[in-house]
Write a new protein. Structure first.
Length: 259
């Protein structure tokens, strides 16, 4: 099944479509309307594309401000999403952050020396293609994540403070050849005050396996020899890794060194 991408505007809707394997997005067309509120023909055209192309998912660009907040355009887009869900049957509608897509869509057209009117004729469908490609790329990244539930204990050593702690590892994943695992301090019953309100989800951390030069902690074998090195620094992939672990179990209360 294919995926349809939409860039919803005041008087136009840019349309793009994926290949059957959901890997590549291409501009399809721009649907125009004279009256911003007159959506009947627009919905009919989208419905006909969905039927003809075998679409089961629509990705609708959500126009957030650069600081992540939402304004009037985002409110209208959410209303359009509800209209699609009501009138385009058996299709899932997904909102996708569209910040910078219009600027990115116009850039190659400027380089081709198209004038403003000519750019407007195609920029909406190109913006829709960029929105859709971002969504398709996210699907590919999820497929590359190898996740595993596990139960084991490790000994974590912090060289600067010379402290050791035993950690329970709950889950691990590999993302683009980098390994991560989720762990929490292993408390003994005697460590807890009977009157203390202890939450089992407190103190859950993500560690990334790294080289010695990046290490915050060492993971030791039983004989005290270093097995491998880890850090809580996740870099640009922090949110992606957190969401992957959350997908495993909604009860994970994740903490990173940036919290």
């Amino acid at each position: 099944m294919r995926v349809l991408g939409l860039d919803y505007g005041e008087k136009t809707v840019g349309v793009a479509i994926s290949d059957p394997d959901r890997k590549i997005s291409v501009p399809l067309e721009t649907i125009k309307r004279e009256d911003p509120a007159a959506l009947k023909q627009t919905i009919q055209r989208i419905r006909s594309i969905v039927t003809a192309e075998g679409v089961d998912t629509i990705v609708l660009g959500l126009p957030r401000n650069m600081d992540g907040s939402e304004g009037e355009r985002a409110e209208k887009t959410r209303a359009f999403k509800k209209r699609l869900e009501r009138d385009v049957y058996r299709v899932t509608v997904v909102l996708w952050d569209e910040r910078l897509t219009t600027v990115a869509a116009e850039r190659p057209l400027k380089e081709l020396h198209k004038n403003r009117f000519e750019r407007k004729e195609v920029v909406d469908s190109m913006a829709a293609a960029l929105i859709l490609q971002g969504y398709l790329d996210s699907l590919q990244r999820k497929e590359e994540i190898v996740m595993e539930q596990e139960e084991r204990q490790i000994i974590l050593y912090e060289p600067e403070e010379q402290l050791k702690s035993t950690m329970n590892v709950f889950a691990s994943l590999t993302l683009e050849d980098t390994q991560y695992f989720l762990a929490a301090v292993a408390y003994e019953d005697d460590d807890l005050d009977e009157e203390e309100d202890f939450d089992e989800e407190d103190g859950v951390f993500i560690f990334r396996i790294c080289g010695a030069e990046e290490a915050e902690f060492m993971v030791l074998k039983e004989d005290g020899i270093t097995d491998y090195y880890v850090t809580t620094e996740l870099g640009d992939r922090m949110q992606e890794v957190i969401e992957a672990f959350q997908d495993m179990d909604d009860d994970f209360d994740l903490i990173t060194d940036e919290d």
